[in-house]
Design a protein around this ligand. Sequence first.
Ligand SMILES: C[C@@](CO)(OP(=O)(O)O)[C@H](O)COP(=O)(O)OP(=O)(O)OC[C@H]1O[C@@H](n2ccc(N)nc2=O)[C@H](O)[C@@H]1O
Ligand SMILES: Nc1ncnc2c1ncn2[C@@H]1O[C@H](COP(=O)(O)OP(=O)(O)O)[C@@H](O)[C@H]1O
Length: 270
Amino acid sequence: MLTFPNAKINIGLYITEKRADGFHNLSSCFYPVGWSDALEILPAETLSFESTGIDIPGDASQNLCLKAYHLLKKDFPEIPPVRIHLHKVVPIGAGLGGGSADCAFTIKSLNSLFNLGLDDKAMQAYASQLGSDCAFFIENKPKYCFGKGDQFDEIAVSLKGKYIVLVNPNIHISTAEAYGSIKPKPANVDLQIALSQPLDTWKDAILNDFETSLTPKYPVLQEIKDTLYSLGAEYACMTGSGSTVFGIFENTPAIKQAFKEYMVWQGPLE
Ligand SMILES: C[C@@](CO)(OP(=O)(O)O)[C@H](O)COP(=O)(O)OP(=O)(O)OC[C@H]1O[C@@H](n2ccc(N)nc2=O)[C@H](O)[C@@H]1O
Ligand SMILES: Nc1ncnc2c1ncn2[C@@H]1O[C@H](COP(=O)(O)OP(=O)(O)O)[C@@H](O)[C@H]1O
């Protein structure tokens, strides 16, 4: 089975408090975008994992695809060995949730391939054991997210017909490190209300707390954001714990010369 695990962006990200378990509660809108990996899972004689494309740091045995396989195999011993081939395209440590998407799509593929009968709720419960962002990619639809990022509400926001540009300045920011350098505080805006307002009101109203804390150390984040606005973005912001910055446009912008030295993806929003 071949699937294309896609990235997400955070539109607004408020880190509101530190929890007793060491994690943080947040308030955010998670929105799927088209930048995707390719993931093939086939029944095989023995279990194997290989990846091509962008190098994934760390040991292959720690890959979230394999972790997802082993987690399901514990409860469903009838799952046979599989061959997993991940072609990695989405930048890593980039605030795009690429590893989390691979994890969720592995769970969904195994569920379909081997008729495990898991509904979305059950798959979300497995996914959230492997990472705070993973459960979102089971439904993979725009959501208001809270808790650790693993609880969801419907949200009245649609960017269908708009156009997104994602710019990654090749800086790897560790999620744990980013959380470590932030001071949680209650959000000074009701994100669900702010997102229901017209797009041209978002610029000054909807923020990412990580952008505020990381920009002094990485001024390039502000430079990219300014360039996106100068190219006509209606809204621009860093996603997740960085380092990717996105711009939302009414129409396809001419960006070719602007970000020559960076990894860039652009396409329509669904
Ligand atoms: C910041 C966000 C926002 O969407 O996105 P990314 O930048 O990773 O894409 C997420 O909260 C990232 O979620 P995820 O990448 O799944 O994190 P996990 O693997 O669960 O945790 C990595 C580390 O981040 C910290 N962490 C993560 C989530 C959370 N709600 N509170 C935390 O404090 C913890 O130190 C944890 O050890
Ligand atoms: N399939 C995978 N793709 C990317 N990273 C993975 C994967 N499996 C495990 N990881 C680990 O997860 C970390 C970052 O995950 P990723 O989701 O790409 O970044 P972010 O949390 O910034 O969105 C990396 O340090 C990497 O070692």
